[in-house]
Ligand binder design. Sequence first.
Ligand code: URA
Length: 217
Amino acid sequence: MTTEGKQKALEKVAAEIAATSGGPLKAPGVNPVPGEGNPDATIMFIGEAPGFNENREGRPFVGQAGKLLRKNLTENGFKESKVYITNIVKFRPPENRDPTPAEIEFFRKFLDEQIKIIEPKIIVTLGRFSMYKFLGEGVSISRIHGQLRKINWQGREILIFPMYHPAAALRAGEVMREFENDFKKLWEITDKMESGEQEKPVPAKPEGKKDEQLKLV
Ligand code: URA
């Protein structure tokens, strides 16, 4: 698809999201936050759900956690204009609570469509919920963050790079250090990819008990 075609297709998805009026998250004052960025992005960041500021602006990651994400992007040589940023759930849950399985399921087709249109090489999952989508619920973020994994997702190969959610980094100094280190790793990986070098992902089915439970979708 051309860039223009991708842009149009993404606008169509955004219109479909808006047309749900929030679906299970429908409430007065709730606005769609479909996602934003480059339709040709090689890296797609997927968070959890919009919060107060995102709901107000209709844009993902514009509050405190978003500022940390965007600062790390820029400091590590990425351009905001080159990536795509979105969430698992496209409307703000009340009181910023975790999204429910039914809400995640309701918005799944929109996110899947965005991924298919953009065809990113790397999906960076921010926090548990987007990590679970690709790697299954048997994985622990503290164990696998910062490890590149190759999976087969809906018939295509995608690299998944799980990271802590920036809000978790804001809450704990140790997590902040890991978050910043992972960003550096991500930059090294993409840098190598651009120069044609292949990064070796962790095997999809590593040995060891826990990972055998990995549900690779
Ligand atoms: N947290 C998220 O997961 N997504 C946002 O867009 C903002 C905060």
